[in-house]
Design a protein around this ligand. Sequence first.
Ligand SMILES: [Zn+2]
Length: 225
Amino acid sequence: MNRFMTSLSAALGLALASGLAAAVPASAATPDTAGGASQQRYAGSSYTGSAAERADNQAFYAAVMKSALAKQAAHPYLRTVTVTYDASNAPSFASEIAGAAQIWNSSERNVQLRAGSNADFSYYEGNDSRGSYASTDGHGQGYVFLDYSQNQQYYPVRVVAHETGHVLGLPDHYSGPCSELMSGGGPGTSCTNPYPNATEKRRVDSLWANGLSAVAKNASADAAR
Ligand SMILES: [Zn+2]
């Protein structure tokens, strides 16, 4: 681990500890130092779940960003961070996943999603009573789970784009309108908008601005709030 990643980890730990201490398991807040104890997976943010899941979103985002940036370290002056995903374990959602990636890629300049090997995160599909969600194991790897029955109820491209929004750092905001992607299942099953609104686009772009240096800065700013 280099010096930067150490300070990044500390800053993210601070950010989590200051605002979210009650909800974050200690091992999730400190993925680098928890060792084998944090092998267990944490349920993440579901499409229709509670706002208390925000802490897991943050941990997931931190893990994915760290994984992407570790690879990026070889190219420190590249403005755009590429986050690589593996969609091979969610074959039923191949077109929705590609569509969601396209939506995010056309919305952002500082981060881009790309399908490929050595992925930063993966999509999975199956049946889960919790519905679709984003999660992390606290060791730099995350995943998005897509639930079959929920994706029959809700518009699948919106569900996938929403869960991918967690990967890019956005929290849930279930009370928001349909025009807001991170309102998730809040506006009901009739909502089919798969696009982030202007505020959400800006927030993601600023979270990923200037690659490595910005991550530490954002984390410090969060900790100071
Ligand atoms: Zn969500």
